[in-house]
Design a protein around this ligand. Sequence first.
Ligand code: ATP
Ligand code: MG
Length: 178
Amino acid sequence: MQLISDLLDVQKLELGQLKMKKENTDIRATADRSIQTLQPQIEEDGITIINEVASIVAPHDSDRITQVLTNLIRNSLKAVKPGTGKIRIYSEDSPAELKIIISDNGIGIPYDKQSKLFTKFYQADASLTREKGGSGLGLSICKGIVEAHGGKISLQSTPDSGTTVTFSLPKSDHRGAV
Ligand SMILES: Nc1ncnc2c1ncn2[C@@H]1O[C@H](COP(=O)(O)OP(=O)(O)OP(=O)(O)O)[C@@H](O)[C@H]1O
Ligand SMILES: [Mg+2]
């Protein structure tokens, strides 16, 4: 069951016991994999998904970053309208880090609630939750996994217009280096 699996991940991340298996993998392949798992729902809802992630090798745990991306895309799928919903995933490359950005044209999030979203169990929209389910763990797991890679995650949202989530992956792992 998803809730139990999410709770275990949250717990392990808090204890620093969720070990990342970082490998030099193409981030584009990880993004493709994430979209593939959600393809049936994307098609059923008539959502346009644009994958413009560049083919760049960056050290990451592909399974865990797939988990981050599917959580974020699932959030966007809950926020957009069937038929007109649009989700764009793209990347920004720099010498030090790779940024992955997930942007949607969904309902957005009220400004006064945006700072709490990465707190476990927090959900901004009670009606959306009732309708679409979830338990408010997704973003806290995303934050834990991204930070375990040495990266950062942030969210910008405009109510009634859309939401953009950006996370970074450092190009090289300096932790443990002399
Ligand atoms: N793209 C988005 N558009 C609008 N609201 C969002 C978006 N992403 C997150 N949110 C808001 O942030 C809240 C927290 O997101 P989070 O992923 O942590 O939990 P959830 O999706 O409700 O449940 P879970 O991920 O555990 O299934 C959501 O309930 C929703 O209110
Ligand atoms: Mg979620």
